[in-house]
Ligand binder design. Structure first.
Ligand code: OOG
Ligand code: NI
Length: 269
């Protein structure tokens, strides 16, 4: 395996564990009944569409190591656009990268986001570990609150920056539980809070993908003028179904993804 991509994914996992307080114990719960093996279906990253940090800039760390574009997804109500990337080596996780279409936001939000992105140096984005470098700008609570009032996504990126917002357990690779309903019950029995936007299970065998996720737990975030407890990162669970040629569907489903985004929301939708 390409060492650079392995190093990046390992660094992303370690960074992610810091911001997803439940992730280690959920991982270990599945590892215990699957000989220690928990396969990661995909990770996801978020960004703003400004040219210094847009989706294409974030994707480079992956495309430089053999990842290729797999599909495009639109979320007009959230003002988001996304692509997924996959690697010819099926053991590597897919990468789902979304960007907030900044030009569609209010003047005030655009000014806030431009002021944040102006603090990012080209050197920083070119670093091979930019994708797990966290927040490359200073942020105060008023800017966070004003962004939050307009877009939960805008505020999340402002607070957390560049890192995996979730990893995803591949249910196909678990011997048990092998249905998403059983998996959700197991997690709930252990007290984990799941995302119930539109129901616990997003998607169906008909669209070749079923997904569920935890709600991100609150973590302490530093601002220039104090600290706040806000939702960090979450864990997702995905089961894929075969396409006509018998291989598992490798894409995403926009209608389901739309509901996974709420896993980091501070308020119910
Ligand atoms: C991505 C939400 C979509 C999926 O698997 O469909 C997603 C995000 O929350 O950044 O992860
Ligand atoms: Ni996902």
């Amino acid at each position: 395996m390409d060492n650079a991509i392995h190093t990046l994914l390992q660094a992303m996992w370690e960074d992610y564990l810091e911001l997803a307080p439940d992730a280690r114990s959920i991982h270990d719960l599945f590892a215990a009944s699957n000989n220690g093996n928990v396969v990661n279906d995909h990770i996801a990253l978020r960004t703003y569409s400004l040219p210094e940090v847009n989706l294409a800039v974030i994707a480079r760390a992956f495309t430089d190591h053999g990842y290729i574009e797999g599909g495009e997804y639109e979320f007009p109500a959230r003002k988001l656009f996304a692509k997924h990337f996959q690697h010819p080596n099926p053991e590597l996780p897919k990468v789902f990268i979304s960007e907030l279409l900044v030009e569609k936001l209010s003047e005030q939000a655009q000014q806030h986001i431009t002021a944040l992105v102006d603090q990012v140096t080209p050197d920083a984005t070119q670093s091979p570990l930019f994708c797990c470098s966290g927040r490359p700008w200073q942020l105060d609570t008023q800017t966070y609150d004003e962004l939050l009032a307009e877009s939960e996504y805008a505020a999340w990126v402002a607070a957390f920056g560049y890192r995996a917002n979730h990893f995803t357990v591949s249910i196909n690779h678990l011997s048990e539980p092998d249905t998403i309903v059983d998996l959700n019950h197991l997690l709930q029995k252990h007290g984990y809070i799941l995302n119930d936007t539109g129901g616990l299970v997003k998607g169906s065998p008909d669209v070749l993908l079923e997904q569920s996720s935890t709600m991100a737990k609150k973590v302490t975030v530093d601002f220039t003028d104090g600290t706040r407890e806000i939702p960090g990162c979450f864990y997702e669970f995905a089961k894929r179904y075969p396409t006509g040629d018998g291989t598992l569907y490798q894409g995403f489903v926009a209608a389901s993804a739309d509901k996974i985004f709420t896993s980091t929301h501070t308020k119910a939708e």
